[in-house]
Design a protein around this ligand. Structure first.
Ligand SMILES: *[C@@H]1O[C@H](CO)[C@@H](O)[C@H](O)[C@H]1NC(C)=O
Ligand SMILES: *[C@@H]1O[C@H](CO)[C@@H](O)[C@H](O)[C@H]1NC(C)=O
Length: 276
């Protein structure tokens, strides 16, 4: 009996640990796409590649989180601002423009802040001084008030401070993002562009995309461990590295890409600087 309880405790700790560790590889993108994990051995915690073959074929349909939608159907259940997009066929969507008041810089009265709900796109309301009888949450050395959003360091979780938070990054306080790249970045996915991640401990949703271009050159560097990634119509073997720069958001990003978790390349921002 004690042995069984002990087993349960160890087992559940391992599963939690597993998922957080696998985010360091960039698995959230593939989970969002409904790809199937492929492990080198059944004892491995993380996948070494993903099977995304359901997205290989184009037709009068789309996929949302791995589920097939017909033309005209909407992506529902999207908790972020990318929900309610309509399938146009050929894996493409059109999305409504969300007009959350906070996006348009509508000023808040002095001494107020906006409150959020983990599952909703727009803010849910506001709280104004005096801030009496409110929950507070201390995370990474910062204190948040009830209803405020926070993004814990080295984690992909998105959280909202609520009554009862005890420092554990779990529901109903925190949630993993659903990248929803299918609705916003269908063209990049169809063109087999590479997701670019901020070089932090966790690779959450892609920050940028690097698309194939004749002028991009790979060099041999490091070991070939037998993996192959797709970049446009090219197969890129592990052990091949691409270094390039991307101009976006008024910044110049230096990125390094290689084949770590097929089928797509993995790119990391190594350096960024503001453009004059
Ligand atoms: C990927 O999945 C498809 C269908 O689910 C299957 O037919 C195919 O053999 C799989 N490919 C690999 C490499 O596992
Ligand atoms: C390829 O990259 C070069 C250099 O960054 C750029 O000038 C060119 O416009 C790109 N071509 C395409 C087709 O994107």
């Amino acid at each position: 009996m004690y042995g069984f309880i002990f087993y349960l405790m160890v087992f559940s700790a391992e599963v939690l640990c597993d998922s957080e560790n696998c985010h360091q590889n960039g698995d959230i993108l593939y989970q969002t796409l409904g790809c199937t994990p492929i492990k080198d051995s059944i004892t491995d915690l993380c996948a070494s590649s993903y099977n995304c073959s359901h997205r290989e074929e184009l037709g009068d349909f789309c996929f949302f989180q791995g589920t097939k939608l017909e033309v005209g159907e909407k992506s529902v259940g999207g908790s972020s601002c990318n929900g309610n997009c309509r399938c146009q066929g050929q894996l493409r969507f059109t999305c409504p423009i969300y007009d959350c008041p906070e996006f348009f810089g509508h000023a808040l009265p002095e001494g107020c802040y906006r409150t959020y709900n983990v599952d909703k796109c727009c803010s849910s309301g506001k709280i104004c001084a005096p801030f009496r009888d409110l929950a507070s949450c201390e995370v990474d050395g910062k204190t948040y008030r009830e209803g405020q959003k926070f993004y814990p360091k080295d984690s992909c979780k998105q959280c909202v401070c609520q009554i009862g938070f005890n420092g554990k990054l779990e529901e109903p306080f925190c949630k993993l993002p659903s990248c929803q790249v299918e609705v916003r970045h269908s063209q990049e996915l169809i063109n087999k562009c590479a997701p670019v991640y901020k070089n932090s401990k966790a690779r959450c949703c892609p920050y940028l995309w690097l698309c194939p271009n004749e002028s991009l050159m790979f060099i041999s560097e490091g070991e070939d461990n037998g993996k192959t990634c797709q970049f446009g119509d090219k197969d890129i073997k592990s052990g091949s590295v691409l270094r390039t720069t991307i101009e976006q958001f008024g910044k110049l990003y230096s990125v390094k890409c290689d084949c770590q978790l097929p089928p797509l390349l993995t790119c990391l921002v190594e350096h960024s600087e503001r453009l004059p």
